[in-house]
Design a protein around this ligand. Structure first.
Ligand code: 5GP
Length: 112
């Protein structure tokens, strides 16, 4: 069950700012406010999904394709496609998921 009371919903609605990298009809990408690696970006869905499981079971095939293509495009824009990068999505309490709006972390720019 999606709860609008989360910080990424506020970023989507432009209620709080973000350092935006890329945007299309399914995805919004911006820099993480507390980067854990040299490059640490977040790609969030425009649709309201609380985590990966919610997204993959509820989104259309087209939305899923556009979203994951955006993740790849953002990695390219950040210059890590050649050097390598890691994508991560936290799901639920044991993962430490802080923000209950589906997102992918992109880490790179250094040896992980
Ligand atoms: P999670 O633990 O939910 O997978 O990751 C949430 C991420 O969102 C964390 O890496 C955290 O630093 C980042 N974050 C939390 N609040 C904000 C914010 O207001 N702006 C940005 N850009 N990132 C945020």
């Amino acid at each position: 069950m999606y709860n609008k009371d989360n910080v990424f919903y506020k970023i989507l609605k432009s209620e709080i700012p973000a350092e935006v990298i890329y945007e299309d009809e399914a995805a919004l990408a911006f820099h993480d406010i507390h980067p854990q690696k040299k490059i640490h970006a977040l790609v969030i869905t425009k649709g309201l999904y609380s985590n990966f499981d919610d997204f993959i079971s509820s989104a259309s095939a087209q939305e899923i394709r556009i979203f994951f293509s955006a993740v790849s495009k953002v990695a390219d824009m950040l210059g890590v496609s050649q050097t390598g990068y890691r994508i991560i999505s936290n799901i639920g309490p044991d993962s430490g998921q802080e923000v209950e709006h589906f997102h992918i972390h992109i880490w790179g720019g250094e040896k992980l």
